[in-house]
Design a protein around this ligand. Structure first.
Ligand SMILES: *Cc1c(COP(=O)(O)O)cnc(C)c1O
Length: 385
């Protein structure tokens, strides 16, 4: 059996080496390392793929979120609501801009931001909501957009884990995640569903004016060479990363389908187990039926009941099966983001999930033998304990 890895980027690279290598070579020969034509080409191709008017490439997903918030003109003291159960980057940039992060609980089934909790947290100071499409599953966007409209708030989608996922609206039409809110951010970190071979990120929006503002912000606040109209940042996607991404973009749907395939096999193996809850989709099909595309499984995360998770992690390690706990500490309990206004009983779901979730190896190159070994090893442990 091939060695099991949490993410297997080597095997994936070997399969696309023939298109990636010449594409990088072309950049080396042209020496157009920054703002070369490849960056523009990738930007256009991603706009077409997502069905969004503007993609603005930048240096990483954390920058993308920060720049999106700067572009919206959010001011110190403005409150921004986001999920307690997510990667720290989301809350970090809110705090960095001296906005006030307001963390709220998530839904116990989808792990995504709880819309009722958002509504409860809205005050006259609230200016924006940041839903995260956690683990690759689209958040409840129709409800979030309705709420935002009612209270005149911006919606900034953190799409770092959701690229390629489709959100199905109440009327049955579909939109790609990242093309629904006022603005969205994504990350091209190597392990993300569309990853480059270094750091990268992008901002998406359908708003022409906002796109113009953001294009200046990423480039030192310049709208005319050496005229700095606003305080900006330096955040660029370099041409080599754009070349890698442009070579990989045509494979994104196939990659996400490979992840879904692995997810279906995992879920089949754990089906109806009293101690294991498998990931849910947005609709009754549980996100893993043959046609479903609401979940792109950036992570495949189980929720365990009455299982000693630490012992399971140790057991998997003994069998050379990597796993992860995303995320082990709720953001509201992190030293940097504690706030005396928070009330423990408002975070019951997150407080529970951090104790009971476990993420299994998930990438485009998992084979049946590996999946069988992983599921059998887990079931042996759980059924004996
Ligand atoms: C990865 C990630 C980010 C940050 O992306 P970087 O490119 O690493 O800066 C932000 N939000 C979420 C939810 C992520 O998973």
């Amino acid at each position: 059996m091939r060695k099991i890895q949490m993410v297997d980027l080597q095997s994936q690279y070997k399969k696309i080496k023939d298109i990636v290598d010449p594409s990088i070579q072309e950049i080396l020969e042209s020496a157009a390392f920054i703002n070369g034509p490849k960056v523009h080409q990738f930007q256009k191709n991603l706009e077409d793929y997502l069905g969004v008017k503007h993609v603005i490439p930048c240096a990483n997903g954390t920058d993308a979120l920060q720049i999106a918030m700067m572009g919206l003109g959010l001011k110190p003291g403005d409150e921004v609501i986001t999920a307690d159960f997510t990667f720290a980057a989301t809350v970090e940039v809110i705090a960095l801009l001296q906005l006030t992060p307001v963390l709220v609980d998530v839904d116990p089934i989808t792990f995504n931001i709880d819309v009722a909790a958002i509504e409860k947290a809205i005050t006259p100071k609230t200016k924006a909501i940041v839903p995260v499409h956690l683990f690759g599953l689209a958040a409840d966007m129709d409800a979030i957009m309705d709420l935002a409209k009612k209270h005149n708030l911006y919606v900034i989608e953190d799409n770092a884990q959701g690229i390629g996922a489709n959100y199905t609206h109440q009327d049955g039409t579909k939109t790609k995640t990242g093309a629904i809110g006022h603005v969205a951010s994504t990350s091209f970190f190597p392990s993300k569903n569309l990853g480059c071979y270094g750091d990268g990120g992008a901002i998406f929006t359908n708003d022409d004016d906002l796109a113009h503002i953001i294009r200046g912000i990423v480039n030192h606040g310049m709208y005319k060479r050496y005229h700095h109209d606003v305080v900006g940042v330096n955040s660029r996607l370099d041409s080599i990363q754009a070349a890698v991404l442009d070579a990989k973009l045509p494979h994104l749907d196939k990659y996400n389908e490979a992840r879904r395939n692995a997810a279906r096999k995992y879920t089949q193996a754990f089906k109806n187990h009293p101690k294991i809850t498998t990931p849910s989709g947005r609709s009754s099909c549980e996100g893993i039926c043959d046609t479903c595309d609401c979940h792109v499984f950036h992570q495949y995360t189980l929720n365990l009941k009455n299982v000693d998770r630490d012992a399971l992690v140790a057991h998997l390690q003994e069998h050379n099966i990597p796993c992860g706990v995303y995320y082990p500490i709720p953001l509201h309990k992190q030293k940097a983001y504690k706030d005396e206004r928070y009330n423990e009983q408002d975070f019951q779901v997150t407080n529970q999930l951090v104790e009971s979730v476990i993420s299994l190896p998930m990438h485009t190159e998992l084979d049946d033998e590996q999946i069988n070994f992983i599921t059998t090893t887990i079931l042996n442990f759980i059924n004996q304990s």
